[in-house]
Design a binder for this molecule. Structure first.
Ligand SMILES: C[S@@+](CC[C@H](N)C(=O)[O-])C[C@H]1O[C@@H](n2cnc3c(N)ncnc32)[C@H](O)[C@@H]1O
Length: 312
């Protein structure tokens, strides 16, 4: 088990916040139906990451239920463990393991779900066989993934041009490294999203169906709390201080999965600190906007495609 995902790909905090927002308890009736989660029973989220959805599942399941989260990344699981403890949900079980070889006995799960996992798995057939092994006959499986070009961003330029230009210049240096990491870890990146349900359909589930689950965020939406708005401002801060993506670490991660690192040099330590300063400045400006009444227009829609069915 390593920390590549949490250290180099997606910081746990942002993913946690966005998922908590995307699966609100007030809408649990709907998203639980789309994910085919029973009211109670043994429910497992595989590839649970920092636990945004997992905590929501636990909060909205009835007793007696057994809730399990599985992930291969130590940083994500540590983060999830802390959040579960804070929410008084320590009975939720977190297990370290691979989605294609889960640390669970045969036929012990009533509902298995995954969100934003399948697109990262090299062998979806192996994943399905494993789901089938751990699910009891008649149990439900749901697989959610990002659908199409999922965000529409009409944010007005709220930062001076020089700031944006300098950010873009440094981001261009990082780009080949991001691409290499993407190729190594986002197996289906760039593939037709609509093909995922097709693949899942070929697994031969009973009562197969495809649903979608979408959420729109708008800073001007008066129904949003400030906390919710800040989650989205922070999405634009992609180099948190606790996550220094140095060249050596990325090389190591890529070597581990047999992928080659780009020949170009990564950001120097000084450039990285500068980029961090620029992101902070941009965040400061965006926060000012958000705090103003009727703040700057911005909206984004995230769409999840959910394929689900019943395992024979
Ligand atoms: C995009 S994140 C989604 C996390 C979570 N489901 C959510 O939506 O917040 C993908 C997660 O899958 C995990 N992951 C990727 N490949 C995996 C595998 N083969 N086995 C278990 N977990 C895996 C990563 O560590 C990461 O936490």
């Amino acid at each position: 088990m390593d920390r590549i995902w949490s250290d180099l790909i997606q910081p746990p905090e942002i993913m946690y916040g966005t998922r908590r927002w995307k699966f609100p308890p007030a809408e649990a009736g709907h998203w639980r139906e789309v994910l085919r989660l029973p009211e109670r029973g043994t429910i497992c989220e595989v590839g649970c990451g920092p636990g945004g959805l997992l905590t929501r599942i636990a909060e909205t399941s009835l007793a007696p239920s057994r809730i399990i989260g599985i992930d291969m990344d130590r940083g994500q699981l540590e983060f999830a463990g802390r959040r579960l403890a804070e929410l008084g949900l320590s009975e939720v079980e977190l297990l370290a393991g691979d989605a294609c070889s889960m640390p669970l006995p045969d036929h012990c799960v009533d509902a298995l779900t995954s969100h934003a996992l399948i697109e990262h798995l090299p062998d979806t057939g192996a994943f399905f066989r494993e789901c089938k092994r751990v699910l009891r006959p008649g149990g439900t499986l749901s697989v959610a993934c990002a659908g199409g070009r999922y965000s529409v961003d009409n944010r007005h330029p709220d930062a001076p041009k020089e700031l944006t230009d300098e950010i873009h210049q440094l981001e261009r240096i990082m780009q080949p490294w991001d691409d290499a990491l993407n190729q190594a870890y986002f197996v289906w990146q760039g593939g037709p999203f609509i093909a995922y349900p097709g693949i899942v359909r070929s697994w031969g589930l009973d009562e197969f169906r495809v649903d979608s689950w979408s959420k729109t965020i708008c800073w001007d939406d008066h129904r949003l709390s400030e906390e919710d708005r800040l989650i989205f401002v922070r999405l634009f801060r992609s180099v948190p201080p606790e996550m220094p993506p140095t060249e050596a670490r990325i090389r190591e991660a890529l070597a581990k999965v047999g992928a080659g690192a780009p020949a170009t040099p990564y950001l120097t330590e000084r450039e990285r600190c500068r980029l961090r300063e620029l992101y902070d400045e941009r965040e400061r400006l965006a926060l000012e906007e958000v705090r103003k009444a009727g703040s700057g227009p911005f909206f984004a829609t995230t769409v999840a495609l959910v394929a689900s069915g019943i395992v024979r």
